[in-house]
Ligand binder design. Structure first.
Ligand code: SF4
Ligand code: SF4
Length: 140
């Protein structure tokens, strides 16, 4: 097990709550090409159709529907699951917030067992990505 790795992995139960919270779903420049390619779209078209400026105008977010769902939520799942942004991949193991377990159904699995079962998304635990949580402050 890598040094510094936590001893518990929280395995997503696909309850989709985190796809329905208000706020930005940050999409970074280096993620946009892969998502556009996955959707078989030109990058500019993807940006026009599926993104908006973040609340703080510092980059792009996926569009939030009027009911606060993410625009990529379709037919009970994420339309871009395999290429979803790191913000999505990182919750709740890489980032979370006080009281997150009241809103997320992810199940605790001992880390060694999770690694053995292939549940651990190395990318989600990587320190290379500056992950910040979705804005749940309802301030906008
Ligand atoms: S809220 Fe938790 S269990 Fe539900 S989809 Fe998000 S990460 Fe998975
Ligand atoms: S991109 Fe997918 S996983 Fe991320 S919030 Fe949107 S629907 Fe959920």
């Amino acid at each position: 097990m890598a040094e510094g790795m936590k001893d518990t992995w929280y395995q997503c139960d696909r309850c989709l709550a985190c796809c329905k919270w208000p706020g930005d779903v940050r999409v970074e420049e280096n993620e946009i090409d892969a998502i556009a390619a996955f959707l078989d779209m030109e990058v500019d078209d993807f940006i026009q159709r599926f993104t908006r400026l973040r609340t703080n105008r510092s980059g792009l977010s996926l569009i939030e529907r009027e009911n606060h769902e993410c625009i990529m939520l379709e037919n009970g799942g994420c339309k871009i699951q395999s290429v979803k942004p790191f913000q999505c991949k990182g919750f709740p193991n890489r980032w979370n917030f006080p009281g997150w377990q009241e809103q997320c159904q992810a199940k605790p699995v001992p880390m060694e067992e999770a690694v053995a079962l292939g549940l651990v998304d190395e990318g989600a635990l990587s320190a290379d990505h500056q992950l910040r949580g979705r804005d749940l402050s309802h301030e906008h």
